[in-house]
Design a protein. Structure first.
Length: 304
């Protein structure tokens, strides 16, 4: 499959779900509900990265929802996971997400899968619009499993959910994003919101300056970690190298590289980044090693 970067385009394609009237009672004689009390409509952006679940009451006496669970294990080892979720909302506010289910709720998704996402602590409402944004696009899987917790009941439903990835991950190189030619090669499309590393946001122009400075006489291999993280982060594939990305991001947290910029004097004056040996408990050696591993990943998964 040809590797491409998935560009997130917001548009809606309507899909429908069917409910299975399967209810698990958690307490005899308590306030119960079943799957047929609710309608679930699903819409997906054309690139498959944004999934919207709209849940409404099918009957007037339907209970308020407590939580909603989506089985993500729909494509074997290539299934979406909790780590692939970029953000989520409930009725426009940040969602309370969890990759696990507590005891005593009446729901037991772990009986069939450990790969699921739970929208927890849903507030009372007339309807619920739950949005999941993934870091890549997924095909629709029409017979996925979900669970609705309302009252003392947890009801299982069959619905549409993310299936296999639409395209494989790939990453552009650090040179694509930072070298001089990036102003003309289309890289600017990825720089729209800047690049945030360690909580500091840099513009494309600053990225160019940083690259040209580090490629000069005072170059520091620690900055290679900075550029490699920038490459996968701007490419949208950071989750593929999450552990190494976290090492680099931790080192640069609160550290604006331009605050360390030093310029020598004299006829052969030059500038360089005077980065600390250790920052936030992470050493330069660790950053350099992490950057090297990310570079290996990029080499093996380079976008055409």
């Amino acid at each position: 499959m040809k590797k491409i970067i998935v560009l997130f385009v917001m548009a809606i394609a309507s899909l429908s779900c069917s409910n299975e009237n399967q209810s698990v009672e958690s307490k005899a004689g308590a306030s119960t509900s079943n799957a047929g009390d609710y309608n679930i409509a699903v819409s997906v952006s054309p690139d498959g990265s944004q999934w919207t679940y709209t849940i409404t009451r099918a009957i007037a006496k339907a209970k308020n929802l407590s939580h909603f669970i989506i089985d993500l294990n729909n494509c074997g080892d290539n299934s979406a996971t909790f780590a692939n979720i970029v953000w989520a909302t409930v009725n426009g506010s940040p969602a309370d997400l969890s990759p696990s289910e507590g005891a005593g709720t009446g729901c037991n998704p772990q009986a069939s899968t450990n790969n699921f996402v739970k929208f927890d602590n849903l507030q009372a409402a007339n309807s619920w619009v739950l949005v999941l944004k993934f870091d890549r696009g997924y095909e629709t899987f029409a017979t996925a499993t979900g669970w609705i917790k309302a009252g003392s009941s947890c009801s299982q439903v069959t619905m549409v959910a993310p299936g296999c990835p639409i395209e494989e991950y790939c990453s552009f190189s650090q040179g694509f994003f930072f070298a001089n030619g990036n102003v003309n090669n289309g890289a600017g499309t990825f720089w729209t919101n800047g690049l945030t590393i360690g909580g500091i946001t840099y513009t494309q122009t600053q990225g160019n300056i940083a690259w040209n400075t580090d490629r000069g006489r005072g170059g520091d291999q620690t900055m290679n970690g900075f550029f490699q993280l920038g490459a996968v982060r701007l490419s949208g594939v950071e989750s593929e190298v999450a552990a190494d990305a976290a090492i680099i991001d931790a080192y640069f947290t609160g550290l604006n590289v331009f605050s360390t910029l030093v310029t020598t004097t004299g006829n052969n004056a030059y500038s360089y980044f005077n980065l600390p040996a250790t920052s936030n408990g992470v050493t330069k050696a660790q950053v350099i090693a992490a950057g090297g591993r990310i570079g290996t990943y990029v080499d093996a998964n380079h976008c055409e």
